[in-house]
Structures are given as structure tokens and as C-alpha cells.
Design a protein around this ligand. Structure first.
Ligand SMILES: NC(=O)c1ccc[n+]([C@@H]2O[C@H](COP(=O)([O-])OP(=O)(O)OC[C@H]3O[C@@H](n4cnc5c(N)ncnc54)[C@H](O)[C@@H]3O)[C@@H](O)[C@H]2O)c1
Length: 402
């Protein structure tokens, strides 16, 4: 890092979040003087106390180590930004009630930061943003008389595994001039071996297309699952036939809930960018968001739901996660609540006071839905006589199937 007049190298704006916090940890761990800035005072308190606010592989130990080293500082005062060379913005970028991108969050941050921005800083946009956002922010800064360079380096890690993936995956880097690009390359080179460099608009689209591609792949296989299961055909056998020793299908995913805070939201951002001509994206949303309802239909064919207690295993949006954001398990719960006598939900990781212990769900439910394929369910044998809807093929085969 070149000599500078800044007290800190990096400020992570939104540094208490699911991707901001691991990013701040990897920066501090690579020797950069790093500040977490977050508006959530409770998260700031917990992180300062050395407590991770959510599960992230390897993070507890790294948080303790970087705090002890003095290289990690945690702040809820925006003033701290003026002391930092690189400002890395990783706040949430939701879509609004019309499924259009909402610029409010980014605009709010900029308003809050404005008086603390200093000439010579580099603002790195790491949130997933609507294409053209980097250009818009750069224009706002320049029009407002700020000599601040903008870079767009979207985050691509899988939540929960970020610390490993920062060191393994190529980073997408872009900036509006070669000097800034060289500076961000120097920053990321502290922990990442490989880069893909492109123009800012390309980088923004690359991130959205990566997520939309995955979302569409999941939708394709989910639709295949619906076609087969509607006819009473075991989709697992088809999946095996498609993939077995057939390299062209090796990448075919299995069926399951495609949910969480990114995939659908980013597909809808791309749809908005295409002026709603991204037909594949919208179709994927209809399939993936329709899956809970399909599972309820499958159950209805086997049991009178009005007279049954339904149990849902897993409320996190993906396996081994404690994050329930935009989880389709909650959509399934809503649908079942309209029809079943009662609904009981469980998850070993999600902190939600409405959940009950697994043993109770197993004992009291007539029909069980495996909604999140947590590892702990892979050895679970439900009591005899229960209807089981297991789209993930997560539970072990019953003795009859084996
Ligand atoms: N979650 C993922 O797996 C993932 C992966 C890659 C990219 N992304 C993208 O990264 C971005 C962040 O996602 P996330 O899941 O970490 O969100 P998050 O909600 O977990 O974290 C955002 C953080 O920003 C803070 N924040 C909000 N407004 C702020 C402000 N004005 N000033 C300072 N801090 C503020 C919040 O308190 C929160 O701690 C999104 O654009 C998302 O699409 C997420």
C-alpha cells in the first residue's frame, strides 16, 4: 500500500453485513488498516465484542485475531470515512414493491457520507447494482465537486464460505480510469491471486448475469421436477439418467428452493434493465416462486391437509446457513397455514422464536416437508406412517426404496 495521509486503508460501508463483514475481515487479516462502518448499532456492538452476528465459516477466529491485532476497528460514526483511503460500499440493494431496483439505499448512504468524503479517496462499489449505477455515482460526485475516483468490483462469493472464496475466486475489477484500476488491483492483490478486468458497465452486467444464469438453471430443473412429479414419476431416477457418465449434463443441478437475498432480486434487476423483455428471467421467477405451491399440491394428493398437521424441516434459505432472508420455507409456511390444521417449523440454526424443536415436528406432524437440506437431516428417518415431501432427496432412502 503506498504511503498516504489517511489513518486507515479501507472503510467497509455496510461492514456489519453478510458480505461486508467477511470482506472487512479478509482486508484486516491481510494487514490493511480496516474500519467497519455500519448504521446497525447492535451489530457494531456485537462485532466490537468479538461476536459474529451470523454464521460464516472460519470467521469467529479471524474476528478475534484481527480485533486483537488492532488492524480492525468497528464504528457507527460516519465521520470515520474521512480517514480512509478506500471506501468499499457493500450495503443491501433490494428491489422495490414493483420488482424494480430501489436506489434509495445507495442514495441514503451517499447523503450520509457526503460531508465526510475527501479528495483523493477511491469509492469501490461492491454491492450488486443496477447497470449504470457506477457511472451515475461518478457523475454525482464530480458534479458535486468531489475529486473521488469510482471503481465497480462486484462481490461474487457464496455467503457462508466467503473467507475461503476470497482467496480462490478471481475478482472482477473495473474503474473509470487506468490509475484507479491499478490502485484497486493493488488492494485486492493482498488476498486474491487472479483478476478479470473490464469496463464498469460490463462488470455490473457480469454480476447480474451470473446470478440470473444460476436462477434460470435452477428454474429449468425445478420445472422438470414439477413435470415428472405431477405424473407420479420419481425425478431422482431421471436426474440420475441425465447425469450418469454423461459429461454434457454434469452441471445439471438438482431440484430445490432457489431463494435467498440475491438470485431473484438480481434476476429482476436485469429484467428492469431490459425494460421487461428478459422473458427467461421472469419465467424463472414464476417457476421458482411457484415451487412451494407445487409441493403443497403433491401433499394434497396423499393426505387431507385440512385434517393434518404439517411440519417444515429447515427455514434458512440454504443448507448450513442461519439466514432466513427471502427463504421459500416461509412462503411454504404461509400456504400451509391457509390449509392445514396446524403448521410446525424447525431449523437448527435460524434464530426465530416461532420455531419448535425437531423432535416435536417429527412427533406431531402428519406430513413433513424438507424445505432446507441441512446436513443434519441427511441421516434422519421420520417415524413410520408420515407423508414425506422431500424435493431435495435429502433424507436417507427408506428400507423399501433402498
Ligand atoms: N449475501 C450474499 O451472498 C451476496 C453475495 C454477493 C453479493 N451480494 C450483494 O452484496 C450486497 C450486500 O448484501 P448482504 O447480504 O451483505 O446485505 P446485508 O443486509 O447482510 O448487509 C448490509 C449491511 O449494510 C448496513 N447498512 C445499510 N445501510 C447503511 C448505511 N446507510 N450506512 C452504513 N451501513 C449501512 C446494514 O446495517 C447491514 O449490516 C447486496 O448488494 C447483495 O446483492 C450478496
Amino acid at each position: 500500500m503506498p504511503e498516504s495521509t489517511f489513518s486507515y486503508d479501507v472503510c467497509v460501508i455496510g461492514g456489519g453485513g453478510h458480505v461486508g463483514l467477511p470482506f472487512a475481515l479478509i482486508c484486516a487479516d491481510s494487514g490493511l488498516r480496516t474500519v467497519i462502518y455500519d448504521v446497525d448499532a447492535e451489530k457494531v456492538r456485537r462485532i466490537r465484542a468479538g461476536e459474529m452476528p451470523f454464521f460464516e465459516e472460519g470467521a469467529d477466529e479471524m474476528l478475534e485475531r484481527t480485533l486483537a491485532s488492532g488492524r480492525l476497528t468497528v464504528e457507527d460514526r460516519p465521520e470515520v470515512m474521512s480517514e480512509c483511503r478506500f471506501l468499499v460500499m457493500i450495503i443491501g440493494t433490494p428491489v422495490d414493491e414493483h420488482l424494480n431496483p430501489s436506489f434509495a439505499a445507495i442514495d441514503r448512504v451517499l447523503q450520509k457520507c457526503w460531508e465526510h468524503l475527501r479528495d483523493g479517496q477511491v469509492l469501490i462499489l461492491r454491492s450488486t447494482v443496477f447497470p449504470g449505477t457506477g457511472q451515475r455515482i461518478q457523475r454525482m460526485l464530480h458534479t458535486g465537486g468531489k475529486r473521488i475516483a469510482v471503481a465497480c468490483c462486484p462481490e461474487r462469493v457464496a455467503q457462508g464460505h466467503s473467507l475461503r472464496e476470497f482467496r480462490e475466486l478471481p475478482q472482477i475489477l473495473s474503474a473509470f480510469d487506468a490509475g484507479t484500476l491499478a490502485e484497486v488491483r493493488g488492494l485486492f492483490a493482498r488476498f486474491t491471486p487472479e483478476f478479470v478486468e473490464m469496463e464498469p458497465l460490463e462488470a455490473e452486467l457480469c454480476k447480474l448475469m451470473t446470478n440470473a444464469w444460476r436462477y434460470i438453471q435452477f428454474a429449468t430443473v425445478n420445472q422438470f421436477y414439477m413435470l415428472a412429479s405431477d405424473q407420479g414419476v420419481d425425478f431422482e431416477r431421471i436426474l440420475h439418467g441425465c447425469r450418469h457418465n454423461y459429461p454434457r449434463m454434469a452441471g445439471m443441478p438438482g431440484p430445490g428452493f432457489a431463494a435467498g437475498p440475491c438470485l431473484v432480486k438480481d434476476t429482476m434487476q436485469l429484467a428492469a434493465f431490459s425494460h421487461n423483455h428478459f422473458m427467461l428471467g421472469h419465467s424463472a421467477m414464476l417457476v421458482n416462486e411457484g415451487l412451494p405451491s407445487h409441493l403443497v399440491d403433491l401433499a394434497r394428493k396423499q393426505i387431507d391437509l385440512g385434517d393434518a398437521t404439517a411440519g417444515i424441516l429447515g427455514m434458512a434459505f440454504k443448507a448450513e446457513s442461519d439466514d432466513p432472508r427471502d427463504s421459500l420455507s416461509y412462503k411454504l409456511r404461509k400456504l400451509l397455514a391457509l390449509e392445514a390444521r396446524a403448521v410446525l417449523c424447525t431449523d437448527p440454526y435460524v434464530p426465530d422464536s416461532s420455531l419448535v424443536p425437531l423432535e416435536r415436528v417429527l412427533a406431531e406432524s402428519d406430513v413433513l416437508f424438507v424445505a432446507t437440506p441441512h446436513r443434519c437431516y441427511r441421516s434422519l428417518t421420520p417415524p413410520a406412517g408420515k407423508v414425506v415431501i422431500d424435493i431435495w432427496n435429502c433424507l436417507p432412502p427408506t428400507s423399501q426404496e433402498a
